[in-house]
Design a protein around this ligand. Structure first.
Ligand code: 5AD
Ligand code: FES
Length: 416
């Protein structure tokens, strides 16, 4: 068998190699994998981590995905919908706090009032967020499920001409049988495997930076399935990936199927992130919030394993509890946990920097479109040092925040 050290230096991987890497459990092997992914990330993308402030603006959903805590048939949930003003204000708060990007996420709806509502939100956010530090305004990621090509075009056009629009549409799993099991038939607007792939293609046609991904550790999912997921992301030429561990949700419909034990699940998820970096190289990879449901420093571990994006929750606190996709979701308690400041401390403690005010476009996207690539910043001394640091990252919590606007973090770099 090829020694691990040799395997990790390869630029292309056979399926058998990928499956071997995904299944690593020995701590020193996992550390080697982590180190290879981390070094490739800082080598290709640089030492910056970019924020996308996520606004979970409604938990109303017309679908019934069996894994999902906000599915339509969960009767235990108070349903909410933020007003347009609340959404725009959240986005403006993100910009004032120097996040270069916001993400609008909600349960899936395809009715005209919803489509028009989102169109107007995009228009208003683009109009409101232009400043000296963000002269091109905000970039916006949408995470609003399957829509028609016409709707995707409408939303893309509402943003104006800039290449500022991204869309996250997770495939969830590339295994058609597992996909069908997660999304059973019989509901209005039910999901189909082919429809999901078509939607991803439509997003590309409409001009979005396209993000996809899936859940890791689903009941019945094998390492070969995860390898096939990576091949799928390669095939559709994804610009961004959002992947996280599957976590059981009381409000969902999969309680009887259980979930993996937290420690091996976390390691499997981290391995998947690292192998995704090795295989897909210059894509943006988000450290999913679900990692933090398994370990307090789960997202930082994601960064240590090759992620370069985090999505601090900027949803108004009053409604956060009602957007519980899975149990033990972090940052929803009544105590004002400051996602932004506590994250910056943790990112700095790893020798990385936050890309304040920057869109943080996927390098893969820019390369795909033949756009100029931003210069790769030379790595700071801290980043160089962090290459040899193990992932036992110290947990640092910032001060509790009561007034979001009072939490202006210092500027470090204003370049795009
Ligand atoms: N565990 C982990 N991730 C989940 N999601 C939904 N339910 C769960 C769960 N129980 C993820 C899905 C979806 C994204 C918005 O949240 O992958 O695409
Ligand atoms: Fe709402 Fe799947 S249950 S999108």
């Amino acid at each position: 068998m090829t020694p691990l050290a040799v395997l990790l230096r390869q630029e292309a991987f056979a399926d058998a190699d990928i499956i071997r890497l995904l299944g690593l459990t020995d701590p020193s092997d996992c550390e080697r994998l982590r180190r290879a992914a981390y070094d490739l990330t800082t080598g290709i993308i640089g030492d910056k981590v970019h924020y996308r402030g996520i606004v979970e603006f409604s938990n109303r959903c017309t679908l019934n995905c069996r894994y999902c805590g906000i599915r339509r048939d969960n009767p235990t949930l108070d349903r909410y919908q933020l007003s347009m003003a609340e959404i725009v204000e959240s986005a403006v708060w993100a910009a004032e706090n120097r996040y270069g990007s916001v993400c609008l996420q909600a349960g899936e709806r395809r009715d005209w009032p919803f489509i028009d509502f989102v169109t107007e939100c995009i228009r208003l956010i683009r109009a409101r967020i232009v400043s000296a530090t963000q002269p091109d305004g905000a970039s916006i990621t949408l995470s609003l499920g399957e829509q028609t090509l016409d709707t995707y075009r409408r939303w893309r056009e509402a943003a104006g001409g800039a290449d500022c629009m991204r869309y996250l549409l997770r495939m969830e799993t590339s295994n058609p049988a597992l996909f069908a099991h997660l999304h059973p038939g019989g509901f209005a607007h039910e999901k189909g495997y082919a429809a999901r792939i078509q939607a991803l293609e439509n997003l590309r046609t409409a001009g979005f930076q396209v993000g996809t991904g899936g859940m890791i550790g689903l009941p019945g999912q094998t390492l070969a399935d995860l390898c096939a997921d990576l091949r799928f992301y390669q095939r559709i030429d994804a610009d961004m990936l959002g992947m996280g561990p599957y976590i059981l949700s009381q409000g969902a419909d999969m309680g009887a199927e259980g979930m993996m034990e937290p420690a091996p699940l976390l390691q499997r998820a981290l391995n998947m992130l690292a192998v995704a970096r090795l295989v897909l190289r210059d894509v943006n990879i988000a450290a999913a919030t679900a990692l933090q449901a398994l370990a307090a420093d789960g997202r930082e571990r994601g960064i240590a394993y090759g992620c370069n994006i985090v999505m601090p929750n900027i949803t108004p606190r009053a409604v956060r509890k009602a957007y519980q996709l899975y149990d033990n979701k972090p940052c929803i308690d009544d105590q004002p946990t400051d996602c932004s400041a506590c994250l910056e401390g943790r990112i700095r403690s790893m020798g990385r920097r936050v890309g304040w005010d920057e869109w943080g476009c996927s390098r893969h996207f820019r390369r795909r479109l033949g756009l100029a690539l931003p210069d790769r910043p030379s790595l700071s001394a801290e980043t160089q040092a962090a290459k040899s640091v193990h992932v036992g990252i110290p947990l640092r919590r910032g001060p509790a925040r009561t007034d979001p606007a009072a939490d202006l973090t210092s500027a470090t770099d204003r370049s795009r």
